[in-house]
Design a protein around this ligand. Structure first.
Ligand code: NAD
Length: 363
């Protein structure tokens, strides 16, 4: 088998972590007897500098013609003053929309070795293993009308619109129930149905899909987003699959990241269309870019998700996850997950240790 992968490193720590993760991908291909053809594209701030916009047509074509996309991160203070229409993050939204990636899967699994790296108590976080299924192409990030207007009296008004239609809710609900079937068969649907009409529809449709589409083997519960934010910190082990809207998912998954010790540990997969897009949950971390301080594990675990969901190489994915666990058990830490009596390593060294473990076949 041969797979074409579009590699879009982006800005800040993006190129550093993507470089290490692609080495892991190439190593997996060698071990498991498939080949990967990597084609690199410039996106985000780097593309603004080179081409005057965050995403060119040729990079969009590259993404569409590949089997999967590996993305680093985009943005940084250099481009913060630009108009929203050409900000680096627009490239991300355009890719998600054009590739029809409506389902963002964010597994939040605590490696036992990191139980005391979390800012929460060990007994609270130990055993955390949940999956956030975030709707990715609808809601307030895309809804119209939007914009900033000046009223006749000179006051400025900013508007964004939260919109969800029945088909958008149906397909994300199905994705969540199907994911739950492969896990502990529990779905928690998160909304704000006590206040928002769009949430009222969300709750109604999720309930209907559960009842009418043959998912009765999965347990469904609903929770308000404010309560969910609290419960995630109070007792994260109660959650299996959490399904929610674009903005609530964005916020809750960053909160959930802290259960695992660092945002530098969290991978994500965006699915829905023919081509899946894979990216770490973290951003471009300009504060540590270019210093070999970034944690590459989120992006390495992202490659594992790509192998599992787009390349049908589940064994290779298991081996990467096993290798990451073994390196953490060995006491190696990057700065973001540093602990007393552990050995501090940089981005390159951490990735090399993982590749060594993969080579040894650590499980
Ligand atoms: P961020 O995730 O980049 O950084 C938040 C904090 O976490 C920083 O202190 C950073 O050093 C740390 N951190 C993040 N990833 C890390 C890693 N792998 N290893 C160690 N530490 C890590 O979020 P931010 O600071 O809010 O955003 C910075 C820029 O990234 C902004 O321009 C933002 O718009 C952009 N951003 C892009 C994406 C994306 O491309 N998907 C996502 C989020 C933010």
């Amino acid at each position: 088998m041969s797979y074409k992968i579009a590699v879009l490193p982006g800005d800040g720590i993006g190129p550093e972590v993507v470089r290490e993760a692609t080495e892991v991908l190439k190593q997996s291909a060698k071990i498991y007897g498939f080949s990967v053809e990597l084609a690199e594209g410039v996106v985000g701030g780097a593309s603004i500098d080179a081409h005057g916009r965050p995403l060119t047509d040729s990079v969009m074509r590259l993404a569409k013609e590949s089997d999967a996309v590996l993305l680093g991160a985009m943005g940084g203070p250099k481009w913060d003053g630009l108009d929203y229409s050409i900000r680096p993050e627009r490239a991300l939204l355009a890719l998600r929309q054009e590739l029809a990636l409506f389902a963002n899967l964010r597994p939040v699994k605590l490696f036992t070795a990191l139980a005391s790296a979390s800012t929460l108590r060990r007994e609270v976080v130990e055993g955390t293993d949940l999956l956030v299924v975030r709707e990715l192409t609808g809601g307030i990030y895309f809804g119209e009308p939007k914009g900033i207007t000046r009223l006749p009296d000179g006051i400025e008004r900013g508007v964004n619109t939260e919109i969800y239609s029945t088909p958008e809710i149906e397909r994300i609900a199905k994705a969540a129930f199907e994911a739950a079937r492969k896990r502990r068969k529990k779905v928690m649907s998160v909304d704000k149905a006590n206040v928002l009409e769009s949430s009222e529809l969300w709750r109604k449709i999720v309930t209907r899909v559960h009842r009418e589409s043959g998912f009765e083997d999965v347990r469904l519960e609903h929770i308000l987003v404010d309560n969910c934010a609290m419960q995630l910190i109070r007792d994260p082990k109660q959650f299996d699959v959490v399904v929610t809207t674009n903005m609530f998912g964005d916020i809750l998954s960053d909160e959930a990241a802290m259960l695992t010790g660092s945002i530098g540990m969290l991978p994500s997969a965006s699915l829905g269309g023919r081509v899946g897009m894979y990216e770490p949950v973290h951003g471009s971390a300009p504060d540590i870019a270019g210093q070999d301080k970034a944690n590459p594990l989120a992006t390495i675990l992202t490659v594992a998700l790509m192998l599992r969901h787009s390349l049908d190489q589940g064994k290779a994915a298991d081996r990467i996850e096993g290798a990451v666990e073994a390196v953490l058990n060995g006491g190696y830490r990057t700065l973001d997950i540093q602990e007393k009596d552990c050995r501090l390593v940089g981005c390159k060294e951490m990735a090399r240790l993982v590749r060594d473990k993969i080579a040894q076949g650590a499980q």
